[in-house]
Design a protein around this ligand. Structure first.
Ligand code: RFL
Ligand code: PHB
Length: 390
């Protein structure tokens, strides 16, 4: 088997890259460890920056997104029992965000790939990468009971944080920057109409809470919990009671309650591995960087890396121009670090840190009051949230 670009992983990064390259007439093969139903049902991110929406629409995979995505003009920050709205369009020259589940993006990209006839192999295992320092890299893997070898010009490592691609880069070449946070998020999906039409980020003495949604009938909610918390320690009643407490304010607002469809705990970390290229191997998305979900940036960074690498590969195959490939890591990392900072900042401002003292708490409250009172500070939040164009 031979292709031009071998893509490991069919998350947003791998599928988007595959789609952009296929449209440009560049051959790709996508290898995915999981099954199609698994990746299409995995509940994760939900917020698309304007730039991500433009990328998907521009690449011809935005029809359902435009029909079903929920366009939001702002978010609410809730603290001291009051809600404070940050309006995006008036602070960012008309930019907005769209709420559309990551698994819907994945479904749309998988459907487009299957319709194009381009190869996408599910349930591959034992992926082994070789030769990325030379001119002819290859991937060996197992699929449908057989051993396969895929020869290629380049390998795109889009296999997420726990994938194998990053591990191919020698420790002497790779620098890792990392923070783990002393808390996690318990996330639920509930069969209940959203009780508000925009996201609510709540700072509360009992911990952070987030109100989000997936559709006009499905609400998505998160609670800050201890880092090693088990989801089954939280009965539905306990979750709803805690959510009511953390959102409680003078306006009497509370999320609508309904049957819980899904429950899970996600750890919180910041992580960057650089450079994002080693020879003919390129890293994209969570394979190279993780942000805590508070800034809603992870899926957007994955799509952004795919756009940057697709442009570089098109220039290379079109005219032999290697500049884009040589500059890929630096270009991608500039956006990544802006998102890392924003996500860390939002996380630090909104969560309760174990052992934090009155000084820390006063600083948080002062920061929150400043962000909603100062147009300059609100603009900084808004332009990062909708996607800083740098
Ligand atoms: P993915 O989506 O993890 O895809 C990697 C794929 O690679 C496969 N794989 C392999 N395939 C072949 N061989 C191997 N050896 C393999 N090892 C792994 C995996 O099965 C998988 O299909 O990475 P990608 O494409 O980089 O996308 C990144 C995003 O998934 C991630 O950043 C976001 O979900 C993060 N995130 C959010 N991002 C946002 O932009 N906005 C949000 O609102 C947002 N909220 C969130 C989030 C992530 C969350 N969790 C659960 C981590 C909320 C949560 C709760
Ligand atoms: C979500 O809807 O899943 C979501 C929204 C905003 C975030 C994180 C997750 O910051």
């Amino acid at each position: 088997m031979r292709t031009q670009v071998a893509i490991v992983g069919a998350g947003p990064a791998g599928l988007m890259l595959g789609h952009l390259l296929q449209r440009a007439g560049i051959d790709t093969v996508v290898l995915e460890a999981r099954s199609r139903p698994y990746i299409e049902q995995r509940v994760r991110a939900g917020v698309l920056e304007q730039g991500s929406v433009d990328l998907l629409v521009g690449a011809g995979v935005g029809d359902r997104l435009q029909r079903e995505g929920l366009v939001h003009d702002g978010i609410e920050l809730r603290f001291d029992r009051r809600g404070h709205r940050i309006d995006f369009p008036s602070l960012t020259q008309g930019r907005r965000i769209t709420v559309y589940g990551q698994q819907e993006v994945v479904k749309d990209l998988v459907a487009a790939r299957i319709a194009s006839g381009a190869p996408l192999h599910f349930e591959v295992s034992d992926v082994r990468i070789a030769g990325v320092e030379g001119d002819s890299p290859s991937i060996r893997f197992r699929h449908a009971g057989g051993e396969e070898t895929l020869a290629c010009d380049f390998i795109a490592g889009c296999d997420g944080f726990h994938g194998v691609c990053r591990g191919v880069i020698p420790a002497s070449v790779l620098t890792v920057h990392e923070r783990t946070y002393p808390f996690a998020w318990l996330g639920i999906l509930a069969n209940a109409a959203p009780a508000h039409d925009e996201l609510i980020y709540a700072h509360h003495e009992r911990g952070f809470a987030l109100f989000s949604m997936r559709s006009p009938t499905v609400t998505r909610l998160y609670l800050q919990v201890p880092p090693d918390e088990e989801a089954h320690a939280w009965s539905d009643d306990r979750i709803w009671a805690e959510l009511r407490r953390r959102f409680q304010g003078e306006d009497g607002w509370a999320p609508h309650e309904g049957p819980v469809l899904e429950k899970g705990v996600t750890g919180m970390r910041s992580f960057v591995a650089e450079p994002m290229r080693f020879g003919r191997l390129f890293l994209l998305g969570d394979a190279a960087h993780i942000v805590p979900p508070t800034g809603a940036k992870g899926m957007n960074l994955a799509l952004g890396d795919a756009r940057v690498l697709a442009e570089a590969l098109q220039a290379f195959y079109g005219s032999g121009d290697k500049e884009g490939l040589d500059g890929y890591s630096e270009r991608a990392l500039a956006r990544v670090w802006r998102a890392e900072h924003f996500s860390w900042w939002m996380t630090s401002m909104l969560h309760r840190f174990p052992g934090d003292d009155s000084f820390h708490h006063r600083l948080q409250m002062s920061q929150l009051r400043y962000v909603v009172a100062s147009r300059a500070a609100a603009t900084s939040l808004a332009e990062n949230y909708v996607g800083w164009q740098g």
